[in-house]
Design a protein around this ligand. Structure first.
Ligand SMILES: *Cc1c(COP(=O)(O)O)cnc(C)c1O
Length: 227
């Protein structure tokens, strides 16, 4: 069986290959290692292999890991799961990034609960396939939410995130990612702080990179299957 270090290395090689194939600059795509359900010891293995960006989906589990790994102070923690408004404080207090802002109330609470000393980086989640099972704003709800976030002093609007409908044909994946890229470019033209397009997972990473992803979120490809 491959080790976490080996799988990490091949994920990075795939990212590099896809980036070059898309004629994009090297290092324009970051790797977020999604460690949900995996033990702290797995995160440490990835860390020792050089990984610094980690993503968690479940707020309680994520906070436990953030606290357990406090001494690894160059880890950047990303919250990428759905968030109920009564749990925003945990994200505001413990994470560096929040990828799944999808309504004003969540943004407001995060802003109110974030310490003024350190900005919380946020992405707005877009439901690009209009999928009933996915959260996220529709493209026409994006501009007003972005404007509201941009005015919040403790948040920095960094970009957009999406989770497309699973198991679609490649042509459909490409068209959803291309729509995201268009929304991202429009947003970037208005807000200079916007630099992140969070899209692509283990099953669709090359397609996401082809279309302009700047951060891929890989779980299974690094840590193996989840129970
Ligand atoms: C679990 C998860 C991932 C990683 O998925 P894999 O298919 O295991 O790579 C990425 N993004 C989000 C939002 C997730 O919940």
């Amino acid at each position: 069986m491959e080790t976490i270090a080996e799988r990490l290395k091949s994920a990075l090689a795939t990212i590099k290959q896809s980036t070059l194939k898309a004629n994009r600059p090297l290092n324009s795509v970051k790797l977020l290692a999604v460690s949900k359900t995996k033990p702290v010891s797995d995160i440490v293995q990835a860390y020792e292999a050089g990984q610094r960006l980690f993503g968690e989906n479940y707020v309680q589990e994520g906070v436990e890991k953030v606290l357990a790994l406090k001494s690894y102070d160059d880890i950047e923690w990303h919250f990428i799961g759905p968030l109920q408004s009564n749990k925003t404080r945990l994200v505001a207090e413990h994470f560096d990034w929040m990828h799944t802002v999808d309504r004003l109330k969540i943004a407001q609470r995060l802003n109110d609960q974030r310490s003024a000393h350190k900005y919380l980086n946020v992405c707005i989640q877009v439901n690009i396939d209009d999928d009933q099972n996915k959260s996220g704003v529709s493209p026409d709800q994006l501009a007003p939410l972005a404007l509201a976030i941009q005015k919040m002093p403790n948040l920095v609007l960094r970009g957009l995130m999406t989770i497309p409908t699973a198991n679609q044909e490649i042509s459909k994946q490409l068209s959803s990612f291309a729509k995201m890229a268009e929304l991202f470019n429009q947003l970037k033209a208005v807000y200079p702080s916007v630099d992140t397009l969070s899209m692509g997972m283990s099953g669709d990473m090359p397609q996401a990179i082809t279309c302009g992803s700047t951060m891929v979120r890989i779980g299974t490809g690094i840590f193996g299957h989840r129970k």
